[in-house]
Design a protein around this ligand. Structure first.
Ligand SMILES: Nc1ncnc2c1ncn2[C@@H]1O[C@H](COP(=O)(O)OP(=O)(O)OP(=O)(O)O)[C@@H](O)[C@H]1O
Length: 323
């Protein structure tokens, strides 16, 4: 049984579309990252999964419980930890009182251990907390009853870089224990570090579900070559070579020497083809240096986020499949 399953899940706020026909499943023990630009529908999915709002159409289950079956969902939620994007607390009470209250309500088997990692000033009223301290308190509250599934909305927002690392390390350790995570994020480096799979949502639609590695594979490599000669226009007109730039210019210069600096020419492009034809082509030149690197994850995601880039994604993916 998947930890989370949605089937054609749709939520409208009046005429405003939150999400449309969204189907996905998160397996037990998986860390699933949910990505998308502002207003894409991430929080809408999370709030619907937690039963804070009803779907307009479609269905969803959390740990087997139908989100529209209040009783079943209430039972399932005792095994779920929720970390909201902007934790709302009664501002007058202290962090310690909140911990006690949550402990009485849901149980507390882990707060001591968690407070060693995340240490908000427990004896101060929450209203006096900094953004980072609020987030740390919310983390302790979400994990203290040792849930099987964590649903988190931008969990590292407000944490300083050191605490962000602590949190990601903690997620990795929890994953080893078999805990399932479903979380929304804008921070691609953290997604890279902890996620087994990612789903990308745009304009309320799920546009991609994939492993991070497969996304990167399909997005091709960044190739940068330094040549001792001046290649002709079209020298890198290879199947699978995109956005070829010479000496930092996107246009091949008519005056071939103009693209040369210090007697060498630098050519860079994104490459989704096979290596053999590329290497053969490179060896026709006076090859001085060659770097083939992963495309930056930001670029990969921008292709999915940017509506205008849709055609580019389709073209690059089709070529990668052909290659
Ligand atoms: N309570 C609401 N009433 C009306 N419209 C809403 C409501 N909540 C969300 N929306 C709309 O639904 C769409 C999806 O919003 P949602 O908050 O789910 O996006 P998000 O991906 O979480 O965005 P962000 O990254 O900015 O948090 C947006 O157009 C938003 O304006």
């Amino acid at each position: 049984m998947p930890a989370i399953r949605t089937d054609g899940l749709t939520k409208y706020y009046g005429d405003v579309r939150g999400i449309e026909d969204l189907s996905l499943s998160v397996e037990e023990g998986e860390v699933f990252g949910f990505l998308g630009p502002n207003g894409a529908g991430k929080t809408t999915v999370i709030r619907t999964l937690l039963g804070f709002q009803s779907p307009t159409r479609g269905s969803a289950t959390v740990l087997g419980a139908d989100v529209e079956d209040a009783e079943a969902l209430r039972e399932a939620r005792s095994r779920v930890g929720y970390l909201p994007s902007e934790p709302g607390f009664d501002e007058r009470v202290t962090g310690r009182r909140l911990l006690e209250y949550h402990g009485e309500l849901r149980g507390d088997t882990r707060s001591d251990e968690l407070l060693e990692l995340f240490d908000p000033p427990l004896d101060r009223p929450v209203g006096d907390y900094s953004r980072g301290n609020r987030q740390m308190l919310a983390i302790v509250l979400a994990f203290m009853h040792d849930p099987d599934l964590l649903i988190m909305d931008e969990p590292t927002s407000g944490l300083d870089p050191l605490k962000q690392e602590t949190f990601l390390e903690f997620v990795r350790t929890e994953r080893e224990r078999g805990t399932t995570f479903f979380f929304s994020s804008h921070v691609l480096s953290e997604v890279r570090k902890v996620c087994d799979r990612v789903g990308i949502v745009r304009d309320g639609h799920l546009v991609e579900v994939s492993t991070v590695d497969s996304l990167l594979d399909r997005s091709g490599k960044q190739v940068r070559v330094t040549l001792g000669d001046s290649p002709d226009k079209g020298a890198f007109d290879l199947p699978g070579a995109h956005d070829v730039t010479v000496g930092g210019r996107t246009q091949w210069d008519d005056d071939e020497n103009a693209s040369r600096e210090d007697g060498v020419t630098t050519v860079s492009f994104t490459y989704t083809g096979r290596y053999e034809p590329l290497l053969r082509r490179l060896l026709e030149h006076d090859l001085r240096d060659l770097a083939i690197e992963e495309a930056p994850l930001e670029d990969v995601f921008m292709r999915f986020y940017d509506t205008d880039a849709e055609e580019t994604v389709e073209r690059v993916e089709a070529e990668a499949e052909d290659a």
